[in-house]
Design a protein around this ligand. Sequence first.
Ligand code: FEO
Length: 384
Amino acid sequence: MNVSENIKYIGVDDVELDLFESQYVVPNGISYNSYLIIDELVAIMDTVDSRLGSEWFAQLEKALCGRKPDYLVVHHLEPDHAGEILRLTEKYPELKIVASARAVQMLPQFFNADFSDRTIAVKEGDTLSLGEHTLTFYAAPMVHWPEVMVSYESREKVLFSADAFGKFGALSHQEDWACEARRYYFNICGKYGNQVQVLLKKVAGLDVNTICPLHGPILTENLDYYIGLYDCWSSYRAETDGVFIAYASIHGGTAQAAKKMAEILEQKGAGKVSVADLSRCDMAEAIEDAFRMSRLVVAASSYDAGVFPPMNDFLHHLQIKNFQNRKVGIIENGSWAPCAARVMKEMLQTMKSIEIAEPTVTIRSRMKEEDLPRLEELANEMLR
Ligand code: FEO
């Protein structure tokens, strides 16, 4: 799989990784993408995670066909892309590293080596000519680290987009792009919607035929679809009209109330309604669903004078991922001193533009007939 005759794919699939970034399950693996541009001069576009360094070197050497690389362009210094920089520079002593000034500054944090005589710091709008191919660099700070940049190759109209437009899933695994791209986006870049918006405005000024991200497939067709989803996600607009109900239940009473709420909302034509058990589901998927849907209901048991920890964890994730701009309903359960709603409300109130729907519903141990009118009332308010 290549981008073109002169732009080769030299990335690797990691299908044995247990947790990406030590926290995200990747049941279908992940790819660490890397590219090679062959012209009068030769540029490597990022390395890979050292977990698969030997495999990557083999790919690189095959694609080089005896040539020597002149440049390594570092779009992002995170170790899943920069893992082989040291070995590469040892193997090719003439090779220059092209990176943002911030990346150049950060390089010694990751490698016990002095790269100062071989780094070229580039800034917004700088270009690098390889012959017929010319790269122009654009800063993309906080998409996903501060040193990130993207580059645009004008002859073939290729955008090397760093982590942007990436997804979980090895390239050997065929699957829909949006599902795992969305889970990847909200959990990895979700906090930085404003910075992604800035990048999208820069991309809008370019004539792009192909997007080459650092994870996931090379995107060649219908680019407006991918860019449109990124615009929706990064502006914190809901992608799907509906309600996501996240519950944290100890003995099933809260779960029963959450499921009843789902039933009531469905009957009222709430659009897509989905329910997640925070004690057992993939937290990253729950975060994704909260951002995806237009409304959220949180239902949790009281616990140790607070809220049951899986809900605390979920809301903490939403806080740090900059969750905002949604209507949220609250259901609590408490057998003797209900206090989950207070904690959930306090956490939600730290988030931007969150409207808490009233009433808050309190269940005592098990949902009863007399609780139904309050659930109905909350459902009506959620849909107003
Ligand atoms: Fe794929 Fe932020 O590294």
